[in-house]
Design a protein around this ligand. Structure first.
Ligand code: AMP
Length: 406
């Protein structure tokens, strides 16, 4: 799903673009709509899934439409100062083209910061990220004003409880206005988290993103190429590989049809499968494939989920799938049961960012294989995943508060 499909404020879309995010990660797809609809959310999601932007984007979007400058709009409570700083950097990148203000409040910083923090807590800021101990220290001074608060986020809630912050959290929550929206994120969901959720959330939407990992037995390789080099390389890889059953995945059915035609012309025994085929035709094709009569199949992602053929030992991604889950499903078609398998992905010049976000999601850098010399020069792998392009002419006129402590 593209970010353009969410009904975000244009300034926020600019920040998303400058952060080089193209497609939403699975957690973002699931979490953003209920938050935008005003629901409380409890989500189990690990770091690396894009969970921070999943809650920041809808919060920022609402605050851009409706927030008075003199109150705190969102309070994000996190276990550690490192996480507070990291979230603060995320806010800075995503809100760069907006007027939103934010401040991170955490222990161990000096007196100057305390004054800036006090000012934000008293006079208002759009978003405050805090660690529990430091927040309690401010609350004890009596000036914290949370009257207009719209969002409370508890991030990495399981870690906060493990670190013994439960009473601090309950104390922070107690004086907050009742008609706020609550979001709780936790990598695990033990009973103590559910108990905290019952105390804090109202009729929450529950979201569970179990990020699957590709089977270890699959040898994954990526070929960094120009789009025009893909056809030749695909044919060469198919000729060089020994396989019982090989699947070539393409994102579009037009590409499936074209590739199948070209492979056939090259002498391969090959079929195609996609949504234009009737159910009976699909079944015929699958039967020919599983029986070994047709060892090679070109398919869209309709085949990436659920199909269970033990003899597939080679998967070739002609293009990079839209998200990490699709990638895992595609390459999960191979190395089933006891067999080993290989999964090769052709990464075109415009697909590098998408491939890098997949690597991030599966928590593994995929080996970049050498493209045979006969193909000539190839692009280098330079995804722009985390860099934020701050050289763009910022349109914001007014920007207050984001801490400059890094
Ligand atoms: P998180 O799970 O929030 O710690 O995010 C992990 C990393 O993914 C961060 O470096 C984010 O900048 C990056 N990220 C978040 N959302 C996206 C997206 N939709 N596309 C690409 N990268 C993303």
């Amino acid at each position: 799903m593209q970010f353009k499909e969410f009904d975000f404020h244009p300034a926020l879309l600019e920040g998303i673009e400058a952060s080089n995010y193209e497609t939403a990660t699975p957690i973002q797809e699931k979490v953003i709509p209920p938050i935008m609809a005003g629901k409380d959310v409890i989500a189990s999601a690990q770091t690396g899934t894009g969970k921070t932007a999943a809650f920041l984007l809808p919060i920022m979007n609402r605050l851009l439409q409706n927030h008075s400058e003199n109150t705190v709009g969102a309070l994000i409570v996190v276990p550690t100062r490192e996480l507070a700083i990291q979230i603060s950097q995320h806010i800075e990148g995503l809100s760069y083209f907006t007027h939103l203000s934010s401040i991170a409040i955490y222990g161990g910083s000096g007196g100057d910061n305390f004054i800036a923090e006090k000012k934000a807590l008293q006079m208002g800021a759009d978003i405050i990220v805090c660690t529990p101990g430091r927040m309690i220290a401010h609350m004890n001074m009596g000036y914290v004003n949370m009257k207009g608060l719209q969002f409370l986020v508890l991030d990495e809630a399981d870690r906060m409880l493990d670190m013994g912050f439960v009473n601090d959290i309950l104390r922070i929550i107690k004086p907050l206005p009742a008609n706020r929206q609550n979001l709780l994120f936790s990598a695990t969901m033990p009973e103590k988290i559910r108990q905290l959720a019952r105390q804090t959330l109202k009729d929450p939407v529950e979201i569970n993103i179990a990020i699957s990992k590709p089977p270890e037995k699959v040898t994954q390789k990526a070929f960094i190429v120009y789009e025009a080099q893909k056809n030749g390389l695909l044919k060469l890889l198919l000729k060089q590989s020994v396989y019982k059953n090989a699947l070539v995945f393409c994102s579009k059915k037009q590409t499936v049809k074209q590739i199948r035609k070209e492979l056939k012309q090259e002498g391969f025994t090959v079929e195609e499968i996609h949504s234009d085929l009737e159910q009976a035709q699909r079944e015929d094709v699958l039967r020919a494939f599983t029986s070994g009569r047709v060892p090679l199949l070109v398919a869209t992602d309709i085949l990436s989920r659920g199909i269970d053929i033990d003899t597939i030992d080679l998967v070739l991604n002609y293009d990079v799938p839209a998200d990490g889950e699709d990638y895992v499903h595609r390459i999960g078609r191979t190395a089933r049961a006891e067999a080993d398998g290989s999964a090769f992905t052709l990464v075109g010049e415009k697909e590098q960012n998408r491939f890098a976000s997949i690597e991030l999601l599966i928590g593994k850098e995929v080996e970049k294989a050498e493209v045979p010399k006969e193909f000539g020069e190839t692009p280098s792998y330079k995804p722009k995943l985390r860099s934020v392009n701050h050289n763009k002419n910022p349109k914001r006129k007014f920007y207050r508060g984001t801490p400059k402590r890094r």
